[in-house]
Ligand binder design. Structure first.
Ligand SMILES: Cc1cc2nc3c(=O)[nH]c(=O)nc-3n(C[C@H](O)[C@H](O)[C@H](O)COP(=O)(O)O)c2cc1C
Length: 425
């Protein structure tokens, strides 16, 4: 049944991430909402990131006393209050003033890590100063390596725990909706200009106080006066380096001794290689369906990667997580934790900082409820037997080191090379 979503404007009345999305859609000008929402090409991967969760059916246990439930998860040996964190997203200042700060504060309040995007409109220094923050910095390996080295030095000085290097964007995905909204690069067309005028609340929040938001961490990379989100696009595009390869990861590993996480791979063979370069973790990701259209969802290679990584590096993933049950399914398949992308942004756009907290709270309560309904008191009790779909269960069993569920056919999913693609129908 197609249910009617909450039609009002009070983010506190949103019952789900989908309802926050609707509020965000109403509050943001079209160009800004499409920027958050869109995928590449025909958006097949964007859709697959959501659809995949439907194929992972669950079979709960009952009568197990789930009177108390513990949602904590250790990430790099330190407790996180929840098994998910806020992932890196650029241009957050276009959703609300100080968008990165508001998101980071929400993450700190919830006791979960926050990953600051390289394309953020707040500086790492501002983020690091937030009380109780556990911040990680996401970087791109731009052509100007000197800039990258200086950024790494800033991260070191601030004693941040981790650097997340995104490797799926050396060539930019084809985002047609984005180009369609402009007559020239970053010059909105008339329709979108009029649409901005129809969103005075957003204009007062975002544009009036400080003008077009500025990139806060890229100062020395951009020509003087070109650090506004509007002015920097061409300079940044020229910095993308399609010759990126594993030597660059070795270089980064050499200059950064803290936790190093590679984000934006999805092939198990790449995860295997990453192990050889001494990285501490990977984020399996197709960039929210914004890069290669046709890519599988990270959920589909998760179990295989978790199996090969077990005890050697952490495995995170993102893409399409909108319900607590989605997060629990990833944990069942061996994820250490999940990164939120749009789910957190919908909350931020719908209700600023408190809206971001509301999004996190919705997902917290959904993870908690799912855990209880499955008959588990803690995340450690999640086990492959709770998955009903046979191919997915076999994949989860392989991660957990259980014997294959029967030989032959099921075994073919367990040889470390094939994934339960057949489970997706
Ligand atoms: C608006 C937006 C901006 C993003 N900016 C970045 C970024 O600056 N760096 C990065 O590594 N990933 C970026 N991503 C990708 C996200 O980190 C994440 O991989 C993706 O959003 C996950 O999919 P989901 O939004 O469906 O949860 C961005 C995604 C969105 C939607």
């Amino acid at each position: 049944m197609n249910r009617r979503l909450y039609p009002g404007r009070d983010y506190r009345r949103a019952q789900s991430i989908d309802e926050l999305r609707e509020l965000a859609r109403r509050r943001l000008p079209n160009f800004s909402f499409e920027y958050v929402e869109g995928g590449s090409d025909d958006e097949f991967t964007l859709a697959r990131n959501r659809a995949i969760f439907q194929s992972i059916t669950l079979q709960p246990r009952t009568l197990r006393n789930v009177g108390t439930r513990d949602l904590r998860r250790d990430v790099f040996g330190k407790p996180s209050a929840l098994p998910f964190m806020v992932g890196p997203t650029g241009f957050n200042g276009l959703l609300t003033a100080g968008g990165d700060l508001r998101l980071a504060e929400a993450a700190a309040r919830a006791g979960i890590p926050f990953v600051l995007s390289n394309a953020s409109t707040s500086s790492i220094e501002e983020i690091a100063a937030i009380d109780g923050i556990r911040a990680w910095m996401q970087i791109y390996l731009y052509r100007t390596r000197d800039h990258v080295a200086k950024l790494v030095e800033r991260v070191r000085r601030l004693e941040l725990e981790a650097i997340v290097v995104t490797v799926d964007s050396a060539i930019f995905g084809n985002r047609e909706w984005d180009r369609r909204n402009y007559v020239r690069p970053l010059q909105l067309d008339l329709r979108n200009k009029l649409d901005v005028a129809l969103h005075p609340e957003w204009v007062w929040d975002v544009l009036v106080p400080n003008g077009v938001p500025r990139f806060a961490n890229l100062g020395d990379l951009l020509p003087p006066g070109k650090d506004s989100v509007k002015g920097a696009a061409s300079a940044l595009a020229a910095e993308l380096d399609p010759s990126l390869n594993w030597d660059d990861i070795a270089w980064l590993r050499d200059i950064w001794k803290g936790k190093l996480i590679v984000k934006g791979m999805i092939h198990p063979a790449d995860a295997e290689i990453a192990l050889g370069y001494g990285v501490d973790g990977v984020v399996l990701s197709n960039h929210g369906g914004r890069q290669l259209d046709g890519s599988v969802s990270a959920m589909e290679t998760l179990a295989e990667v978790a199996r090969l990584a077990r005890g050697r590096m952490s495995v995170f993933l993102d893409g399409g997580f909108r319900r607590g049950s989605d997060i629990v399914k990833a944990l069942l398949l061996g994820a250490d934790a999940v990164l939120l992308g749009r789910a957190a942004l919908y909350g931020l756009a719908a209700g600023k900082g408190p809206g971001a907290s509301h999004a996190i709270e919705i997902l917290r309560s959904e993870v908690d409820r799912t855990l209880g309904l499955l008959g588990c008191s803690s995340l450690d009790e999640l086990s492959p037997e709770l998955i009903h779909a046979p191919a997915w269960r076999a994949a989860a069993q392989a991660v957990a080191g259980h014997a294959p569920h029967g030989a032959g056919e099921a075994g073919s999913n367990l040889d470390g090379r094939r994934m339960p693609i057949d489970a997706f129908s």
